[in-house]
Design a protein around this ligand. Structure first.
Ligand code: MN
Ligand code: MN
Length: 488
């Protein structure tokens, strides 16, 4: 070898040694892992198809947990004989108002060593019915629903697409009636009509994107046949009420105590000729809820630390309310674990346990968009298909309102992820001052004084009726969550 060649060789070694290059996760998987990732994607599609709202998802996860040997416990139902005493290896779950569920595996270490928690949210952007939704427009000949959208949606995206009506009506006597119209292929669906391009000139042409369809214009077609009875004045409305009464035994007044939502009727399915992606609504944050559930269900051994998959509601509207991550539910739950496992009620013990707790705030974040790259810094953006995305900080404009994970915690994650061959990437939310967002991380950090980091798969087309995820990222996140539960 000549002198020149050996120098060149050394220089290229130096590049390999010093530079950080990130490959696509697919290239890092073995053949059996590639197969597993496809199987996981199929399970995820089933979850998305069957469980679309926080209520449906809580029920779905509860059923899966029961099948896998978890038993339900309640906060504070401990009795004197210690019938509810918990021991290492116990698999339990708590629910809250049918909208939160936390799956727990009790660890061998005392709780004062801290817990490992993955938190995600079950709710998802959608279009809710107003409290008195049904009206008729005689002139145009329709019965319609008034709506109030839920979460940060681009409203125009929800017009002209088929929608499913789902939710509950609770009657005065407490009877809960499940409503679902549109899920079965034989069911009718609903639609928010847009304006035809031929006539948009005067009304829509100069509107801003946020106002192409305004909130009060998100009116849903419900029917168009007038009641046959000549004495009835509100013919279109009464026709619909009569059908609802026959099907569900409800009257107009019952809408006062109802939670009814419209979700896209598109079936979740693979996207792309190579079936690399999954398209579906509700992936924010169905994807992390599903993965937090699946990763804890699949843990067979007794973990050292007690581990929790904690799934919340209301993230899309600010994590507020008794079912959002700002509520005290998870704190109460951990206090209850202390009581049931170690007979402690002292707040000092609770404070120690919380302070030593490590939390992954599992949520989606944007990817580098193939068309609109200008909203990202391509050097720091998450790339679809490059594995679990860790976001050190969220926030906007000078990192405001961010829960900034410590370098020490990120280093710990780097270590266990590398040891366990989890493909991961660090990804920023956006280019500086280009926008931003936040999720449940900061509420945990503030309430618990725990170490918290955002980590979840990056998703394209977030908050649209058809969000896009990558099967390699889903699998990488599953591996990452399992590793976190077992090895931190
Ligand atoms: Mn989210
Ligand atoms: Mn969101």
């Amino acid at each position: 070898m000549s002198q020149d060649n050996s120098n060149k060789k050394k220089e290229s070694d130096l590049e390999e040694e010093l530079l950080y290059e990130l490959d696509f996760a697919w290239n890092l998987y073995s053949n059996s892992q590639k197969l597993e990732s496809k199987e996981l994607a199929e399970k995820y599609i089933e979850f998305l198809t069957k469980a679309r709202t926080e209520r449906e998802r809580t029920a779905y996860i509860k059923e899966k947990a029961l099948q896998r040997g978890f038993r339900e416990v309640e906060i504070g139902n401990s009795d004197a004989e210690g019938a509810h005493k918990l021991k290492p290896g116990d698999r339990i779950f708590y629910t809250n108002r049918k909208k939160n569920i936390s799956l727990v595996i009790v660890g061998s270490h005392p709780l004062s060593h801290g817990l490992n928690i993955i938190g995600a949210h079950l709710d998802t952007p959608r279009v809710d019915l107003k409290i008195r939704p049904l009206y008729e427009d005689k002139e145009s000949g329709f019965a319609l629903f008034k709506t109030h959208y839920y979460g940060g949606v681009k409203k125009y995206q929800w017009a002209s697409i088929p929608l499913i009506l789902t939710g509950v009506v609770v009657k005065k006597n407490g009877t809960v009636i499940d409503v679902d119209i549109g899920t079965n292929d034989n069911d009718p669906v609903f639609i928010i009509p847009d304006l035809l391009p031929h006539l948009q000139q005067k009304v829509q042409q100069d509107r801003k994107t946020t106002d192409v369809i305004k909130g009060e214009e998100m009116n849903v077609l419900v029917g168009a046949i007038p009641h046959e009875n000549k004495n009835i004045k509100q013919k279109f409305k009464v026709k619909i009420l009569q059908i609802l009464h026959e099907k569900y035994d409800i009257k107009e007044e019952d809408f006062l105590s109802a939670e009814l939502s419209l979700v896209p009727a598109f079936k979740p399915r693979f996207v792309g000729i190579d079936k690399s992606m999954i398209g579906a609504s509700g992936q924010d944050d169905g994807i992390c809820s599903f993965l937090a559930m699946q990763s804890i269900l699949d843990i067979k051994e007794i973990p050292e630390k007690t581990i929790i998959a904690a799934l919340f509601d209301k993230e899309e509207i600010g994590s507020s309310g008794s079912t959002g991550a700002k509520s005290s539910w998870l704190r109460f739950l951990i206090e209850d674990l202390l009581l049931k496992k170690e007979n402690h009620v002292k707040s000092s013990k609770l404070n120690i346990s919380l302070t030593k707790t490590k939390i992954i705030s599992a949520d989606v974040g944007p990817v580098l968009h193939p068309t609109f790259k200008q909203v990202q810094d391509p050097r720091t953006a998450a790339i679809l298909g490059k594995g679990l995305r860790i976001m050190k900080y969220t926030g906007r404009a000078g990192k405001v309102n961010s829960s900034d994970a410590t370098a020490e915690f990120i280093a710990e994650l780097r270590h266990i992820f590398d040891e366990n061959e989890v493909p991961f990437q660090l990804g920023a939310f956006s280019a500086v001052d280009a926008g931003g967002g936040g999720t449940i991380a900061m509420y945990f950090a503030e309430q618990f004084n725990a170490d918290v980091v955002d980590a979840g798969p990056a998703v394209l087309n977030i908050h649209s009726p058809y969000e896009i995820s990558h099967i390699a990222d889903i699998y990488a996140s599953y591996l990452g969550y399992r590793t976190f539960f077992k090895h931190i």
